[in-house]
Design a binder for this molecule. Structure first.
Ligand code: SAH
Length: 390
């Protein structure tokens, strides 16, 4: 067996249950592990720590899969893991659509599997999990008898692992524009060409949270993607809804989704740069009862965190300025680099600049099919806030 021994001084992170081992924490590697091989990891005093996948090309040289010595990592290991993931989601009531596997939070580092009813989308972002793709497909077939499985590995971070970016079928080909139900509404999901895995399942409970505040309101949504929040608003009784996204493709999909739900007389989507348009409408003193913002992560690295802070502050400031007195701002942030405390601070700064008084209505996170593991910061990433703006 290939063996990795850690230095005497290692981060508390590892003791606290975090599965990543950085190259500079390793004292020696015995044997000749190839990229993606399973290695056994030992503390400096030769006490067993766990087993995980090895990649000498990555700064994260080992990602632990288990801390139990007796457990073999084989096809059956992954079948049992997926079974456990599915039991958890079922227990919480996510039977139709859910994130079936949320990487580190489910003990399978860098694996994402989204379930869209009978269809599955897989991302294997590290070398060590990529090699188990056939086992994962076999396990899905055994557990779900899926109508289709698709790989969305067209993600740049794979290159840090020495893996190519790619996407394609892992089952017999099928029509990749599928239909899902969420909260009683229907949405097309383009699992081949949509963003990420095609759909943002992490906001599914948050979309329900706007139910009461949008009733009878004029609603403006920005960063709408395929229009999920806005179509919910229309279904929950909004008077009018306008949605904006910079992607023409997303807007076309959003308008189709509105039609699909028989709500196109209430909700319309337009292609626009939200930063420019919101600023312009602010100058024109246009007002809405509810403004909803769900921007992309403005940065991917801690080094450029200032960029994210500026982006969130700017867009929330512009959103607040468009609200009538007593209106509601519904705002999200999807990067773990901005923690909940910092996010609230940014909103507070935006309110002060906008000279508006705010009151928190609700503050929550991603839906529980994306569980959060304490001491693994990147598992707690979504902030969803509703404030009343005086
Ligand atoms: N609310 C959506 C997810 C939004 S993802 C949902 O729940 O499904 C972020 C979206 O912001 C993407 O669709 C992207 O195209 C869009 N976007 C990025 N920059 C933008 C900008 N400057 N103006 C408008 N939309 C933008």
């Amino acid at each position: 067996m290939n063996k990795v021994t850690l230095k005497r001084k290692i981060g508390n992170r590892i003791m606290n249950g975090h599965p990543w081992i950085f190259a500079n924490e390793v004292e020696k590697v015995e044997g000749t592990p190839a990229q993606g091989d399973i290695v056994e990891v030992f503390f400096h005093d030769n006490k067993f720590l766990g087993k995980g996948y090895y990649n000498s090309q990555s700064q994260i040289i080992v990602r632990l899969l288990t801390r139990e010595k007796g457990i073999e990592v084989n096809d059956d290991f992954f079948l049992k893991k997926l079974q456990k993931c599915w039991q958890y989601r079922q227990k919480l009531g996510y039977t139709e659509n859910c994130r079936l596997v949320f990487g580190e939070a489910d003990g399978i580092p860098q694996l994402i599997i989204d379930k869209f009813n009978d269809y599955f989308v897989i991302q294997t972002i590290a070398f060590g999990i990529d090699v188990w793709k056939p086992a994962l497909v076999k396990a899905l077939e055994q557990l779900f008898k899926p109508k289709g499985i698709f790989e969305r590995n067209d993600v740049p971070v794979r290159e840090l692992e020495g893996l190519p970016q790619q996407k394609g079928f892992l089952s017999a080909p099928f029509d990749t524009r599928i239909l899902i139900n969420e909260n009683g509404l229907k949405f097309y999901v383009d699992i081949e060409n949509g963003q990420k895995t095609g759909y943002f399942l992490d906001q599914q409970d948050n979309r329900k949270a706007i139910k009461h505040i949008v009733k009878g309101s004029d609603v403006l949504g920005a960063f709408t993607y395929t229009g999920t929040f806005e179509i919910h608003a229309a279904a929950y009784g909004a008077k009018s809804v306008l949605g904006l996204d910079i992607s023409a493709n997303a807007v076309a999909q959003a308008n189709k989704n509105a039609e699909l739900n028989g709500l196109s007389h209430i909700v319309k989507f337009e292609v626009a740069n939200a930063f420019d348009v919101l600023k312009q409408w602010g100058k024109e003193d246009k007002k809405w009862d509810v403004v909803m913002l769900d921007p992309p992560a403005f940065t991917k690295s801690r080094a450029t965190i200032e960029k994210a802070i500026t982006g969130y502050k700017e867009i929330n400031l512009r959103g607040m300025k468009l609200l009538k007195k007593g209106g509601f701002l519904v705002t999200s942030s999807c990067t773990n680099l901005v923690n909940p405390e910092l996010f609230l601070k940014i909103i507070d700064m935006a309110a002060k600049d906008a000279k508006r008084k705010i009151r928190q209505v609700l503050f929550q996170t991603q839906s529980p099919d994306h569980p959060i593991v304490w001491n693994m910061e990147n598992t707690h990433y979504l902030k969803f806030l509703i404030i009343e703006v005086e």
